[in-house]
Design a protein around this ligand. Structure first.
Ligand code: SAH
Length: 357
């Protein structure tokens, strides 16, 4: 693997000095490509911990969800398990093990751009096929697709209301430090009518990259059959304000301090993404909190069974369960959005009454 040793911050500074401010999307896209391409950031020794790394219960319940939907749709073969941004491969490994007990033995396709993480995934799931993007994933046979904490790392675009109207929020330099500056072009026509007259300083976020991926997934579901789960930190209804942030060593850090050395994320706008999926004629099963979804899937019973089998680990299992579903932990900040092909079953956990507030 080739490690580019020139700090990305220096590359950006030179670029901005010669050609002017760059978009936040370019800053975030290149910073995260460098960040993920050069390390395994997951786990307690890394920068952040994700749900599948907290407990096997998370991946197992996702695997059972996939198996259940697939069986109720008629157990069609071949079938593909597709995961976007699989990290260490932990979720896929737990999901496939749980699904196997019900005859769900799909071909496994992992979409990953980081060579560093691909190497970790190869050790966890040797039978998988790797892809740089969705385009090379087989175009026939239903797809059960999973993406956990994937959309939040995709490049973000921000618009800001200035005294002279709406502008794109760009990254420029102030005394050699990165700082937000307003772009030169009027962006008013890109702002929905209900926000046009917002107060000065109001920030609107969009993620064209997330919308493009959800649109592509929805199109695949409609043509090939299947269902998809997108799990992420985000909100079920549209909002204003910046959610752009950076995390390193389990703490929030300045996203401009050292691009490429911290995980840059933004909240996922699930309302917009559901509309994108429906516009492609996929079904939106619902967007619910992670806590509600895992409870509906039976996390309590699964935790009890694990505790019975390993009484010495009972306290750790209970703590992991509470971390995944607790309202002050991941339970309400994280949302689960379900999509399905027309004619495919609803999938557990999205029944009416489980809609996120
Ligand atoms: N889903 C895992 C990892 C989340 S971290 C978990 O829950 O533990 C984000 C993952 O997305 C990493 O594997 C990262 O390398 C990958 N990733 C980031 N941007 C990507 C892109 N544009 N295409 C494919 N994978 C990407």
């Amino acid at each position: 693997m080739i490690h580019n040793t020139v700090p990305l911050g220096d590359i950006f500074r030179r670029l901005i000095r010669t050609t002017g401010p760059i978009s936040l999307a370019q800053f975030m896209g290149e910073a995260n490509a460098r960040y993920y391409g050069t390390r395994d950031p997951l786990g307690s020794a890394g920068d952040f911990v994700t749900a599948p790394e907290i407990s096997q219960m998370f991946g197992e319940l996702i695997g059972l969800w996939c198996a259940d939907v697939w069986i109720r749709a008629g157990s069609k073969r071949p079938v593909h398990y597709v995961e976007l941004g699989p990290g260490r491969g932990t979720l896929a490994r737990d999901a496939l093990r749980a699904g196997q007990r019900y005859g769900f033995e799909p071909q496994v396709h992992l979409v990953e751009t980081s060579d560093a993480l691909k190497a970790v995934q190869q050790a966890a799931i040797p039978q998988a096929t790797w892809h740089h993007d969705l385009s090379s994933v087989p175009h026939t046979g239903p797809i059960l697709l999973v993406a956990n904490e994937f959309l939040d790392a995709l490049p973000l675009r921000q618009l800001v209301r200035t005294p002279s109207g709406w502008r794109e929020r760009m990254v420029g330099l102030e005394n050699e430090r990165f700082a937000f500056v307003a772009g030169a072009q009027a962006m008013d026509s890109a702002v929905p009518p209900e926000h046009r007259d917002a107060a000065e300083g109001t920030v609107l976020e969009t993620s064209p990259a997330s919308a493009a991926i959800v649109s592509e997934v929805a199109g695949r579901l409609v043509r090939q059959g299947g269902a998809a789960l997108f799990v992420d930190y985000g909100h079920a209804e549209a909002r204003t304000g910046s959610t752009f942030q950076a995390v390193a060593a389990h703490r929030k850090v300045d996203p401009f301090a050292a691009p490429g050395s911290a995980d840059l994320t933004a909240h996922v706008d699930f309302a917009t993404l559901a509309r994108v999926a429906v516009s492609r004629e996929a079904r939106h099963l619902g967007t619910v909190t992670q806590g509600e979804w895992l409870r509906a899937l039976g996390i309590a019973a699964r935790a009890d069974a694990l505790m019975e089998r390993a009484p010495r680990h009972a306290a750790a299992i209970a703590a992991a369960r509470d971390r995944l579903i607790g309202t002050s932990e991941m339970g309400s900040l994280f949302k689960v959005m379900g999509l399905a092909a027309p004619g495919w079953p609803d999938g557990a956990g999205f029944e009416p009454g489980f809609e996120a507030a």
